[in-house]
Design a protein around this ligand. Structure first.
Ligand code: HAM
Length: 426
């Protein structure tokens, strides 16, 4: 136990972390291009927020939440997603008093007690955006365009936008009736959870992961085919904007998404070839959520992508991820006097923004040179006992395979000049 991480969680190891930093950097840059500001909310919230926000009969609330009582017996839940928390903060911190629409993004760990498999974890990371206060269908299309723009910046290909409208409570009521009619003979064959959903929220049966339920609803009436006039009009406009922006999409009238708050536009972005968990992002409009969470009537829309799934897709598509970290100088030391000189030389170089490492383990010259090589340092400074006595150091430029003797008092300025002027600074 002590040396085993909890099931469904991952360590992001030092040699992998550059991929995450790159991905985080790209999504932040794109968010900035579209005018979003970052918000950071707690990783846990009052359980009630998700019950209300995400919906009592969703898989997330019924089966997947990490809920616990704190020492004061409050029921708290590790956030399974970011939308409800962002709405809560928008209301609590009165962000609505600012210029509307309010455009926010977030990034961080989410928690769902799901069955772990490739691309599905119990702790995973999302980047998400939310816009509060705008109803215009051009925004729905822009959010989809932004999602695709992020994947494009990352070099991903072969993605498909699946698009639907899940209507408003008005369309939902008509759909509910025909769906119940369709399912009434099949109720006893549904899983236990879906039997409970039949009366409470039959739409959720369409989203059940149970294979038997899936088969039973394969030909069920779809919400996308039963929209009221207003929802239809909105949906037409969204499609027109997407056509205008030349963003291809595939209509999927059966797409209902796993969260109850959606109204009108719902979409998912699917990557083929990363296995069953191909949905690398999803979102939609939620025009009643802010009111349901205690605010005034105000529309909202957003989407989130799963960072692990995006990285898996990048790996699968063999996208080359640049390393952002820059190596600078490795100082090889022999003897205590050299170690002291190295310590102050390292500090001076670091003050000038150059990464420096040296040996603290009293290793041999050969072993230290090996470390320098392994770390891909473009410069190696060698400080042996002889050099210290002479007041010099040996500077090796690894790429040119050359070396020279440099006076100790000149070495820092020489490296800084070389480093900043040379190709290591490109
Ligand atoms: P979601 O579809 O539940 O939507 O999650 C968004 C993305 O998070 C998924 O497309 C997937 O890439 C990733 N994801 C979900 N569950 C897991 C998991 N167990 N392991 C790994 N990755 C996962 C939402 O969460 C909504 N809050 C999105 C949204 C924002 N809608 C409007 N605004």
């Amino acid at each position: 136990m002590l040396t085993t991480k909890p099931r469904g969680t991952n360590d992001i190891l030092p040699e992998e972390v550059y991929k995450w930093q790159y991905l985080e950097d790209v999504v932040r840059k794109v968010a900035n291009l579209y005018g979003y500001k970052e918000i950071r909310t707690p990783v846990f919230e009052h359980t009630e927020l998700f019950r209300r926000g995400v919906g009592e009969t969703t898989d997330i609330v019924e089966k997947e939440m990490y809920t616990f009582q704190d020492k004061s017996e409050r029921s708290l839940t590790l956030r399974p997603e970011g939308t409800a928390s962002t709405v809560r903060a928008f209301l609590e911190d009165k962000l609505y008093a600012k210029h509307l629409p309010v455009k926010l993004y977030y990034m961080g760990a989410m928690f769902r007690y799901d069955r772990p498999q490739a691309g599905r974890y119990r702790q995973f990371h999302q980047f998400g955006v939310e816009v509060f206060g705008a109803i215009d269908p051009s925004l729905d299309a822009e959010i989809i365009a932004m999602a695709m723009d992020i994947y494009d910046h990352l070099g991903l290909e072969n993605l498909e936008v699946e698009l639907n409208s899940v209507g408003c409570p008005h369309c939902r009521n008509s759909h509910r009736e025909v769906l119940q009619e369709y399912l009434k003979e099949k109720v006893q064959d549904l899983c236990g959870t879906c039997q409970g959903r039949f009366n409470k929220n039959p739409l959720r049966i369409l989203d059940c992961k149970n294979g038997r339920c899936r088969d039973l609803v394969a030909d069920a009436p779809t919400i996308g085919d039963m929209l009221c006039d207003e929802c239809n009009k909105h949906f037409q406009k969204v499609k027109e904007y997407l056509d205008e922006m030349k963003i291809p999409y595939k209509l999927n009238p059966g797409l209902v998404r796993g969260l109850d708050y959606y109204t009108k536009t719902a979409f998912e972005i699917v990557a083929r070839g990363i296995g069953a968990q191909g949905s690398i992002g999803g979102g939609g409009r939620y025009d009643n959520l802010i009111e349901d969470c205690g605010g005034s009537s105000m529309p909202g829309i957003g989407f989130a992508l799963g960072l692990e799934r995006v990285l898996l897709t990048m790996e699968q598509q063999k996208v080359l991820i640049p390393r952002l970290e820059q190596m600078g100088v490795f100082i090889v030391t022999l003897g205590e006097a050299a170690q002291k000189v190295a310590a102050s030389m390292a500090q001076k170089l670091r003050k000038d923004g150059i990464t420096v490492e040296f040996d603290y383990m009293g290793r041999s010259l050969k072993a230290q040179l090996k470390s320098a090589n392994r770390g891909n340092f473009p410069y190696v400074v060698i400080l042996g006992e002889e050099e210290i006595k002479k007041g010099v150091a040996i500077l090796r430029k690894m790429e040119e395979s050359s070396q020279e003797e440099v006076a100790l008092q000149d070495i820092v300025s020489l490296i800084v000049k070389e480093y900043k002027g040379g190709k290591n600074n490109e």
